[in-house]
Design a protein around this ligand. Structure first.
Ligand SMILES: Nc1ncnc2c1ncn2[C@@H]1O[C@H](COP(=O)(O)OP(=O)(O)O)[C@@H](O)[C@H]1O
Ligand SMILES: N[C@@H](CC(=O)OP(=O)(O)O)C(=O)O
Length: 468
């Protein structure tokens, strides 16, 4: 008698796992990825980045592609740049024992991209940047097949990863979700490139840097994954950046909101925009280490017991500019704030904080949004349209952010933080407590950032760490 099995693929538990650049940087790393994926039948969709850094001062393939694209746009010689990208891929294909055809396909793909129309430089660069993840996904799918695994590469255009058409502000469109959800019904393993999607008219667009995390989250949310695993090169998210604080406390569980605040404020381990799709569909996210997959990692969920740890992490980031505007009787001038912010809106600059007094208001923005010309134009417009007594632009600010769901139920926290900062002798330039009271922000001079972070870490983590 012949037994026939009918597997309802759409009813099986499913995990979407994303492997970051460091996890796919070499053939050895890709072998680890394959071991991790094949060790758990629920790992059905694998989102991959472009090969990242192999050692600390290595260059990511995405950065090599940016150099290549920029050389092509400026009319400079492209061959040396092309060769650097190709040699990264060649090294991986050779070591994995893949057919040389794959290297040739990657070369012809890159040459095709290089010959694209250059009129719109942003479109041209997006297509170049996406070559890293796209070719790596094809290569990794081929390796899965080589070792006998039923795996296929899916292009985001065929998969349904639809995005809007706003360069620099690319977002996924929910209209693509229905098609993406069908990935669940595919048999075998899917290898999906991170970092880019397609507009409705078929134009390729990349997310912001680090955006493969976003792809993973969008796919996980669309297929209704039971878990979104984000594999990187650290055992967990730590309470502070491990490159600044030695052996920081690992975070076992945190909320979406905490991770988003911390990611936005400098925890580069996970992209802040990647939390939203997971949050909307309540998909738990687990940050895990490709080099130590048995470590439990950090679980990101809707709620946690905030009595255990009021402050869960402290992030710091530099690169902020404050535009200080002073005008006597500003408080009586209705619409002053709106008109000031409108200038920034019209320059397409989003602001971070707006600390204010009765006669003054500062707009804090990320310096990278300013060019010299934009800065001059903004200052000129403020003078002309708002007739202030003074406008002062100050660069080189850092923001240090304490984050924790429990902060809103704890008194004296700001005092503890301010006292710790005072011990460093540094000045606090600005304080802002988010309305949700999940974060407390200190604006400081960039040269004081590290010493303040260390002191705050000591205040909020070293004592409890020693106690437990
Ligand atoms: N609070 C933090 N916890 C863990 N890692 C952090 C934190 N802040 C910054 N990082 C850095 O994030 C890195 C991992 O992110 P990334 O380099 O983007 O990895 P991937 O290549 O996997 O995308 C870690 O190696 C670590 O240096
Ligand atoms: N490769 C892209 C996207 C990405 O997410 O990469 P990584 O996983 O290495 O952070 C970048 O470098 O921005």
């Amino acid at each position: 008698m012949q037994l026939s099995f009918y597997l309802r693929l759409d009813l099986m538990n499913m995990k979407v796992c994303k492997f970051g650049g460091t996890s796919v940087a070499t053939a050895d790393q890709i072998r680890k990825v394959v071991d991790i994926v094949t060790s758990d039948a629920e790992r059905k969709i694998v989102v991959v980045s472009a090969p990242g850094k192999r050692f600390s001062d290595d260059v990511k393939v995405t950065d090599l592609l940016i150099r290549l694209g920029e050389a092509a746009l400026s009319g400079a010689e492209t061959d040396p740049h092309l060769e650097r990208v190709l040699s990264r891929f060649r090294e991986i294909t050779d070591e994995l024992g893949l057919s040389t055809d794959i290297s040739s396909e990657i070369e012809s793909d890159l040459r095709d991209r290089l010959s694209n129309d250059k009129e719109d430089s942003s479109l041209y660069m997006d297509t170049m940047k996406a070559a890293g993840e796209d070719n790596n996904a094809k290569l990794i799918a081929a390796y899965f097949s080589l070792i006998g695994c039923d795996a296929k590469y899916i292009n985001p255009k065929d998969g349904g990863l639809l995005v809007n058409d706003r360069p620099q502000r690319v977002r996924a469109l929910s209209e693509g979700d229905e098609r993406l959800a069908k990935l669940r019904e595919e048999s075998g393993l899917i290898v999906f490139p991170g970092f880019f999607g397609f507009t409705k008219d078929g134009t390729l667009r990349t997310f912001n840097r680090g955006g493969s995390d976003i792809t993973g989250a969008i796919v996980a949310a669309a297929v209704g994954a039971d878990l979104y695993e984000n594999f990187t090169d650290v055992d967990s998210v730590f309470a502070a950046n491990p490159t600044v604080i030695e052996n920081p406390v690992p975070i076992k569980t945190m909320t979406y909101r905490e991770m988003r605040e911390l990611a936005y404020a400098g925890f580069s381990v996970f992209h802040d925009e990647a939390l939203i799709p997971a949050f909307r569909k309540s998909i738990p996210v687990c940050i895990k280490n490709t080099n130590n997959p048995n470590a439990p990692g950090t679980l990101i969920v809707k709620e946690r017991d905030y009595n255990e740890q009021q402050v869960i992490g402290i992030a710091a980031d530099s690169g902020f500019t404050a535009i200080y505007v002073d005008k006597f009787l500003m408080n009586l001038e209705i619409g002053f704030g709106r008109r000031l912010l409108q200038i920034f809106e019209e320059e397409e600059i989003s602001y971070e904080h707006t600390p204010s007094g009765i006669d003054n208001l500062s707009i804090i923005i990320r310096t990278r949004f300013l060019t010299k010309e934009k800065e001059e134009r903004i200052v000129g417009r403020i003078h002309k349209e708002l007739e202030p007594d003074a406008v002062i632009v100050e660069h080189d600010y850092s923001m240090i952010v304490l984050v924790g769901e429990g902060m809103q139920y704890t008194t004296g926290l700001a005092a503890r933080a301010a006292t710790a900062i005072a011990k460093t002798g540094a000045n606090i330039e600005m304080i802002n407590q988010g309305s949700s009271e999940v974060s407390l922000v200190f604006g400081v001079k960039v040269q004081d950032e590290t010493k303040i972070l260390k002191e705050l870490y000591k205040e909020f983590f070293v004592k409890s760490y020693v106690k437990s």
